[in-house]
Design a protein around this ligand. Sequence first.
Ligand SMILES: Nc1nc2c(ncn2[C@@H]2O[C@H](COP(=O)(O)OP(=O)(O)OP(=O)(O)O)[C@@H](O)[C@H]2O)c(=O)[nH]1
Ligand SMILES: [Mg+2]
Length: 259
Amino acid sequence: MSDVTTLAETAVSAGTDLPPELSVVIPVHNEAANIGALLDEVCAALRGRISFEIVVVDDCSSDQTPAILRQCRAAMPELRPVRHRRNAGQSMAVLSGVRAARGPVIVTLDGDGQNDPADIPALWQVLQSAPDGGAGLLLAGHRVKRRDSAIKRLSSRIANGVRSRLLGDSTPDTGCGVKMLHREFFLRLPAFDHMHRFLPALVLRMGGTVRSVPVNHRPRGGGSSHYGTWGRLRVGLVDLLGVMWLKRRWRDCGGIEPL
Ligand SMILES: Nc1nc2c(ncn2[C@@H]2O[C@H](COP(=O)(O)OP(=O)(O)OP(=O)(O)O)[C@@H](O)[C@H]2O)c(=O)[nH]1
Ligand SMILES: [Mg+2]
């Protein structure tokens, strides 16, 4: 059975009557120290404002994350946790969450609490007031005041500078975990490990538009970072070449029409 089938079945079995307006997708790996509080914050930010679900994708955590998610699910009807059978990384977890989502609009958040769910309603308003309900629009969070170490801020600034120059994506902060876009549009993007850092370029390649929106950023609550500075830069370079190739090899047919 394919992953897609499995997740689609999970969606149906966990589903309630009407699909929500918004699916909050959160990839997690060993975030036991953070995920419970983050889920409470999402509910506090959205209940009574937007109908929503929270799809948390656990990527084979070895800590208490799955147990905490099971516990939260009992008290949180909006929560639909799913689990990868094998560890596959942050991008694949986001993709699995988007596939499993039932809402037409997705917002992604990091699972370590660095992103602030209180930003979601403002992003929602921006998307709703865009032409076409924001069908081809990516809202990319911009962490104006980063709460990371100096070395991380510096390496991120260099990476963003090189990336935006080579890809022309005019996005100051592609690595921010806060992204909002239509589910159907996300699923048209090419999928690969670490694609989550290149969403603006991938969206522009498909004829979409990108708008950066300032968002809050907070220090990591507990647990530990998943990425080392050099590892991230090295992989980022290979991915950058890959995305440049993808951009060059795309040809736009302008859509299809009946003959
Ligand atoms: N599903 C899944 N999620 C991951 C994996 N690696 C990281 N994540 C999640 O992706 C998000 C971002 O990872 P972080 O480790 O916070 O990366 P970061 O924000 O650059 O690093 P810190 O500033 O140290 O937190 C968090 O929600 C992680 O749990 C993974 O292998 N699988
Ligand atoms: Mg983080």
